[in-house]
Design a protein around this ligand. Structure first.
Ligand SMILES: [Fe+2]
Length: 530
């Protein structure tokens, strides 16, 4: 389509919009269907996220053809929010800009919505209409809420399988998805790849954009984004395997300026995620100069739960005692690694630690029944060495044990009600009790942990799981074979967690199985298998 006809169609749409008032985007469904067949600028789907009790972020990113926008062109995109999926009862509509400098990403922060209700939304540009998304607001902060159903998911390496887990997740009747990191991977491919990604190592802004576009082309992932709002945090692979703060990891081609690579990766993350403009610490202009991105936050699901999303990657101190003096991660031996438990070392960075401690100090005043911390990794200690001595993984919380003790100390000191840690990263399901002191089995249990398996990313298998479980009795369940997600249902009385796994991650039409179910009563952090 040339520019003139693009503009003509845009004017047509504007006319249709104006003539239809606020009733709908204007053209009959059949006309949309006919016109859309030429080119779909909404091929990356729609998403919503970062909900509050009165607002939510709507996201899309236009894929435009040559001539539809110049390299520096900004495109105006229409959006509307309705009570019904046919858009006969539109509650808000407007226009938002898709700037070329942000790869024509659109982030709409819809304000003034009603608390605790579902909405439908869609976008239009030219003669093209997006898929319809479904989203919801949170309950009012002090509302009494009977139930919250959320899924936690992480680690979706394209080349390791299909995202069929999301097709099944759509049927879970969820309020929210918590995505806990490794949304994209920066690798060129894998041995025995199930799907081969386009391009090589992901290093430049253009590389990262193309990788997100590839992942977001997946129909099952798109459909799950369109089904409910997502709360998102990142881990290492959105930038590079094992990076920590501004210290690079140890995989792929060396880059002359890691800070610039990280800035490009963060920009692409912003462009592709339904997050608020407030995450940009120095506005859009700060993206190019490597400004940090504040993605940690706390929200309330009425009085039922406080939800904390943490960032254990952007501010963490570098791993210590990596084998052979390399960068990145490995196991470490605490006896020979003097610095592993150094109190000054932080997983969250001091400002985020202080923010979290202040939030936890106020937790009691919010009177929320559950305090759910979504973060990247396995929280509890996992000693791989049988009997005396320890072998720990230096990139996870085990490599930052003093910081972990500060967090469990803050949970204890503030008598935080019913802490629930959700995690990812390890590509394995781990279920366990959060201990005040992981080296002392008799120390108090102060919460529970559900660390999720991956959507697709591979793991080592179950051969060593029984002995690792025996060595770490605070864990009650582990599985290193199955891929999928977890569903947590919270009520004032209990949480019920169901581990869902796909039958065959190498098949797009994979079935779904239930691996295990657990229940925890409010006021008593004891995990029961149900
Ligand atoms: Fe991962």
């Amino acid at each position: 389509m040339d520019t003139a006809s693009f503009l003509r169609r845009r004017r047509l749409l504007q006319w249709a919009w104006a003539s239809a008032g606020s009733a709908s985007l204007g053209l009959p469904t059949r006309a949309w269907a006919q016109l859309r067949t030429e080119h779909n600028p909404f091929a990356l789907g729609v998403a919503s996220g970062s909900p509050a009790h009165d607002s939510v972020v709507l996201w899309t990113r236009l894929l435009l053809r040559e001539g539809q926008a110049s390299a520096t062109g900004t495109v105006s995109v229409r959006w509307e929010v309705a009570h019904d999926e046919h858009f006969s009862r539109v509650v808000q509509a407007g226009q938002s800009l898709a700037p070329a400098g942000l790869a024509h990403a659109v982030h709409v922060e819809v304000q003034g919505l009603e608390a605790d209700r579902w909405y439908f939304y869609r976008f239009a540009v030219g003669d093209a209409l997006s898929a319809t998304g479904r989203t919801r607001t949170l309950p009012a902060p002090h509302a009494v809420v009977a139930r919250l159903r959320l899924a936690y998911a992480s680690c979706q390496r394209w080349e390791h399988g299909y995202f069929s887990a999301y097709r099944h997740m759509r049927a879970e009747n969820l309020d929210l998805v918590m995505f806990l990191g490794d949304y994209v991977y920066e690798y060129p491919t894998a041995s025995n790849a199930v799907r081969v990604p386009m391009g090589g190592w992901v290093v430049t802004l253009d590389d990262y954009r193309q990788r997100y576009a590839l992942y977001k082309s997946d129909a099952d992932l798109q459909a799950m984004h369109a089904a409910c709002p997502w709360l998102v945090t990142w881990d290492d692979h959105e930038v590079q395997n094992d990076y920590a703060g501004l210290t690079e990891g140890n995989s792929g081609p060396p880059v002359p300026d890691f800070a610039a690579r990280r800035a490009a990766a963060y920009q692409a993350f912003y462009e592709h995620m339904p997050v608020r403009a407030a995450v940009l610490t120095r506005a859009v202009a700060g993206l190019a100069s490597g400004a940090g991105m504040r993605i940690y936050e706390r929200m309330n699901f009425g009085r039922l739960a406080s939800l904390y999303m943490l960032d254990a990657r952007q501010y963490k101190d570098a791993q210590v005692c990596t084998r052979d003096g390399k960068k990145g991660s490995s196991t470490l031996n605490p006896v020979t690694c003097a610095s592993w438990n150094e109190p000054a070392r932080s997983m969250l960075g001091r400002p985020q630690e202080q923010w979290l401690e202040a939030e936890l100090a106020r937790a009691a005043s919010r009177e929320t029944g559950w305090n759910v911390l979504g973060q990247q990794s396995l929280f509890g200690q996992r000693d791989f060495q049988r009997g005396a001595g320890q072998t720990l993984w230096n990139d996870g919380w085990d490599g930052y044990a003093a910081a972990r003790t500060r967090l469990t100390g803050a949970l204890q000191k503030n008598a935080v009600a019913n802490p629930v840690l959700l995690g990812g990263d390890v590509h394995e399901n781990w279920v366990g009790h959060v201990k005040a002191d992981y080296t002392d089995a008799a120390s108090p249990t102060i919460g529970v942990e559900f660390c999720g398996t991956s959507i697709t990313s591979r793991s080592a298998g179950n051969a060593k799981i029984p002995e690792t479980l025996a060595e770490n009795p605070h864990f009650v369940f582990a599985d290193s074979e199955r891929k999928g997600y977890g569903v947590v249902e919270l009520t004032p009385q209990r949480i019920s967690t169901t581990l869902r796994v796909v039958s065959d991650v190498t098949r797009q039409d994979s079935g779904l199985e239930t691996l295990a179910r657990f229940s925890v009563q409010a006021g008593s952090p004891v995990i029961e298998r149900t």
